[in-house]
Design a protein around this ligand. Sequence first.
Ligand code: S3P
Length: 175
Amino acid sequence: MKTRKIALIGFMGCGKSSIGHFLASGLGLPHIDLDEEIEKRAGLSVREIFEQKGEAFFRELERQALASLAQKTEAFVLSCGGGAVLSPSSRRLLRQAYFTVWIDVPLDELLRRLSQEKETRPLLASADYAPRAEALLRLRAPLYASASRFAHPWRPGETAAESASAIAEKIRALT
Ligand code: S3P
């Protein structure tokens, strides 16, 4: 497989961070989490950035981090935040500078996972998180599709390690 920058995208709760971890170790590459990268640069947590500076400011930091990581010469696996596809210029970067994979998990499974950890996600930290998540997913699904080379459809019962090996195999076949 040619060395490259692999980006994982998909809705909150789809498993980008855990699959990214397994994919990176399977390929012998470093793993970078885009939210952690933004937090390091801003000196604030994602929640603090949303609360103190607003979502638009967070999106700009997200775009900048994606652009500056794209300049790195070495290969790595990047787990993006769920909204990293919102800006057209971020989508362009994901298409051109990264080999981008959409982890496509059905809404009912996402809701099951998010019900246990929605407090950590500023966009879903309210009682009506389920209709909010559904509306956001409807808006974002075409953006995930347009920013990625392929979608990996999660199957019930599939572990993060199994998703990672299936993704690695597909990337190998395509590169
Ligand atoms: C967001 C997803 C979060 C984080 C921020 C915004 C989104 O990342 O970037 O809270 O807009 O979907 P995860 O997808 O890792 O939860």
